[in-house]
Design a protein around this ligand. Sequence first.
Ligand code: ADP
Ligand code: MG
Length: 351
Amino acid sequence: MEKDDPLPAATAFTVGIAYNLKKGIAAATEDAEAEYDSIETIEAFESVFAKAGLTSVRLEQDAHFMTKVMDARPDFVFNIAEGIGGRSREGQVPAMLDILGIPYSGSDCTTLCVALDKALTKRILRSYRVPTPAYLELPPQPITSQLRHRLRFPVIAKPSCEGSSKGISDLAIADNDHELHQLLERNFHLYGQTMLVEEYIAGREFTVGLLGNGEELRVFEPMEICYLDQEHRENSIYSFNVKKNYQQYVRYECPAKLDKKANSTLKKYAATAFKALHCRDFARSDFRLAADGIFHFIEINPLPGLAPGYSDYPMLAAANGLDYEHLVLAVLNAALKRHGLPTARLPETPT
Ligand SMILES: Nc1ncnc2c1ncn2[C@@H]1O[C@H](COP(=O)(O)OP(=O)(O)O)[C@@H](O)[C@H]1O
Ligand SMILES: [Mg+2]
């Protein structure tokens, strides 16, 4: 088979799907399982892979993951596993697959671990001159004296190593030291981890999707998260509550209304973040536009959600002309191509 030839239909090529599922286990916080996937998302991948003539096998990540992989012997793994416990959790599946020598989609362990640490990522991006809000990192210890900092209020406090808006509640913003102190005490208690305190950028919000690698990296047209309730600041952030009830709180505009220069700056920053962190195959990056016209990098997700009809990445891909099935296959193909493996394709739909 030629290197870039599509895989023939009904090939024996087996794709493992690595994931973590929401279990509905009661926890101290409502958002405890926010980053995990529901079975519908896994079923959606299975249906895409079957259409492309690929065999798939489920590999739910748990303590027996390596044994499961060794038993199933997939040729390739499509990875969306968020991992279990600690700030290196997203790197667990890639690290285990590296040990087993099985190729997989998406970024490697190092990239996933660094990107999950928002403060560390900001430090790297600053060295690439990508603007990002001024910040402070605070370890989870009782605050015994006045906090010393030069941040301008309001500030937003978020767990440094979370995603899916975990820890970003309606109460995340503080207007003075007293409020910040209270907010941190509460978050240390609930999340027990380092908090990132950032200057709050009150402006418009954008998210940018990226797909592919190297010369073929495609930066999608940015999507604006337009908040419907501008009166209430707590409803103008992409909090856990707002994401969950997005129909009530936001409207998505893609492509975002931006002039040519602003659009190209935003896309350039997103591509810089992707390359600086050595991301692979796909990612999504969030920005806020400050009153002075400067885009501020908020974070990059090298493992963006792929829940059909819910996650931002498939939504913005659709607005950029790539429906769900083609998007999932494009992510897989970017990864296959990177490994010099033949790519897969969907059957042509009759017109
Ligand atoms: N510095 C900031 N200024 C303004 N809004 C922010 C800032 N940081 C986070 N937010 C708001 O909180 C949301 C979630 O923060 P983010 O860092 O992207 O966390 P997550 O990984 O959970 O998506 C953002 O989409 C944005 O609405
Ligand atoms: Mg985000």
